[in-house]
Design a binder for this molecule. Structure first.
Ligand SMILES: NC(=O)c1ccc[n+]([C@@H]2O[C@H](COP(=O)([O-])OP(=O)(O)OC[C@H]3O[C@@H](n4cnc5c(N)ncnc54)[C@H](O)[C@@H]3O)[C@@H](O)[C@H]2O)c1
Ligand SMILES: O=c1ccn([C@@H]2O[C@H](COP(=O)(O)OP(=O)(O)O[C@H]3O[C@H](CO)[C@@H](O)[C@H](O)[C@H]3O)[C@@H](O)[C@H]2O)c(=O)[nH]1
Length: 453
């Protein structure tokens, strides 16, 4: 079956970029991305490409090429479902904040709403693709809803989890390590494989059963996050022993069995996925009575919480055990560089801990809006200030904390910043991006994660 129309429900960080690239690579397929959020759809349609709701390097160019040709953003969900042969569900699946599984399980209410809407609207056969990250066996529930509440049309369900990382989304979509398609129906699998086959080499398109595909997504994130927590655990030991975590990471990463990626010690991992997906995995394991499995993975999140809090504690301890009334400049708010996404950013936890200690926190981030920073802190705008100029943010500060590894931070005139600060001038580099020796030569008291001063 050749696909000529696709609908994607959910115009977020995954739905937007993924569909933009599919539309770019398949000019003969009409791709419509729909969302209930009118402001978000308006932003995707904005003629000023700087106003797209998602910042990703290279994304504006892709949108420019395809939008209006075969890529459309709309709030008319029913119409797009009706017209499409293939429907991607790419809505959010956050941690459930109520009832059974509160704080752990994935909240599938948006998924169920989509399934019910598809069932209600569809008047012809559809292939429904799970793009959202879902607990293993969710396809069963979707199938049941579609088959029991639909109009008697035939639905095939595929799992096609997304592995893009924010900040490199376009690059990851253009050149994925693999595309994973889980399903039972060879014709449906073939139809989706042909879409990706326009630009992804055949050997990188992997097909599995639905359950393996669903579980592989949670497993991939658990393994990646586990590496970060593992190196962060070692970073604390390095600080006590005069070992240097960057040297340790390099030494172990050269072992081809270990590999060098995802071994950067940091203030802790953030982002909308790692914590949510591991907690979901933990919840699933518990629900099958697999308590040792659950405890094993939960430790990755416990270690990450510890890393975030100990970073803030270290600032307080180093600043003579009090930051009350002291100006502390936070450079970076996004959970990693090259994105405007702040979900679960370590910066939020660190700021909250410092505010609790009555510090005067001033934030600078090159891509995050002031309103977002205030929102992340529960709208306590009196607790922080946001600067649009990094030099102003650092002026008269007692300390600077680096929370995101933005490249521009390495290019600053650090002598000028030093001159404008109170002395001793402290830097807490939560990303190990600055040159320790140069910083010390200027006069800073420089603290990095995972090495002694
Ligand atoms: N962010 C990432 O980097 C990433 C990467 C891989 C996978 N994922 C997974 O992809 C899924 C989506 O993540 P995201 O970051 O794009 O989320 P997001 O919150 O940015 O976007 C989801 C969008 O879905 C819309 N939506 C929710 N219910 C809807 C409905 N019934 N009808 C129409 N629109 C609806 C919301 O308004 C929102 O705009 C999640 O399951 C996530 O775990 C995310
Ligand atoms: O060595 C490292 C690598 C990452 N991080 C941090 O870990 C977090 C996550 O980073 P990354 O994985 O690069 O970004 P995400 O966009 O969260 O992507 C992850 O989560 C996505 C959503 O499921 C998956 O699709 C991706 O494959 C997976 O990498 C960020 O805070 C990073 O700063 C570190 O601290 N040290």
């Amino acid at each position: 079956m050749k696909i000529d129309s696709i609908c994607c429900i959910g115009a977020g960080y995954v739905g937007g970029p993924t569909m933009a690239v599919i539309a770019q690579k398949c000019p003969d397929i009409k791709v419509t991305v729909v969302d209930l959020n009118e402001a978000r759809i308006a932003a995707w349609n904005d003629t000023d490409l700087n106003k797209l709701p998602v910042y990703e390097p290279g994304l504006a160019e892709v949108v420019k090429e395809a939008r209006g040709r075969n890529l459309f953003f709309s709030t008319e969900v029913d119409k797009a479902i009706d017209e499409a042969q293939m429907i991607f569900i790419s809505v959010n699946t956050p941690t459930k904040m109520y009832g059974a599984g509160k704080g752990m399980a994935a909240d599938l209410k948006y998924i169920e709403l989509c399934a019910r809407q598809i069932a209600r609207v569809a008047k012809s056969d559809k292939i429904v693709v799970e793009k959202s990250t879902l607990p293993v066996r969710t396809a069963e529930a979707i199938k049941s809803i579609l088959d029991n509440t639909g109009n008697g049309v035939n639905f095939q369900i595929l799992s096609n989890p997304e592995f893009l990382a924010e900040g490199t989304a376009v690059q990851d979509l253009h050149n994925p390590d693999r595309v994973l398609i889980g399903g039972n129906d060879p014709e449906a699998i073939q139809a989706l494989a042909e879409v990706y086959g326009r630009w992804v080499p055949q050997e990188r398109i992997l097909t599995t059963n639905v359950w393996s595909s669903e579980l592989s997504k949670l497993t991939a994130n658990a393994f990646l996050a586990q590496r970060v927590s593992s190196i962060n655990a070692i970073s604390e030991l390095c600080e006590k022993t005069e070992a240097d975590v960057s040297e340790v990471a390099k030494a172990i990463g050269m072992d081809s069995r270990i590999g060098s990626k995802f071994l950067k010690a940091s203030v802790g991992f953030g982002g909308s996925c790692f914590q949510k997906d591991i907690l979901n995995l933990v919840y699933i394991a518990k629900s099958y009575g697999l308590h040792e499995v659950a405890d094993y993975w939960e430790q990755v999140v416990i270690m990450n919480d510890h890393q975030k809090h100990r970073f803030a504690k270290n600032i307080v301890r180093t600043l003579y055990n009090t930051v009350s009334g002291k100006k502390i400049a936070m450079l970076g708010w996004a959970f990693k560089k090259d994105t405007n996404d702040t979900r679960e950013s370590a910066a939020i936890n660190v700021a909250q801990d410092l505010i609790n200690e009555e510090a005067k926190v001033v934030v600078y981030d090159p891509k995050v809006e002031k309103s977002q920073i205030e929102f992340d802190l529960g709208n306590q705008s009196e607790a922080i200030a946001v600067e649009t100029n990094p030099y102003e943010a650092c002026k008269n500060a007692h300390a600077i904390a680096i929370l995101t590894e933005w490249d521009e931070f390495t290019t600053y005139d650090w002598q000028k910043i030093y001159d404008s600060m109170l002395k001793p001038a402290f830097v807490f580099d939560g990303r190990n991006i600055l040159d320790k020796q140069k910083m010390k030569d200027i006069g800073f008291v420089y603290n990095a994660v995972g090495s002694s001063n």
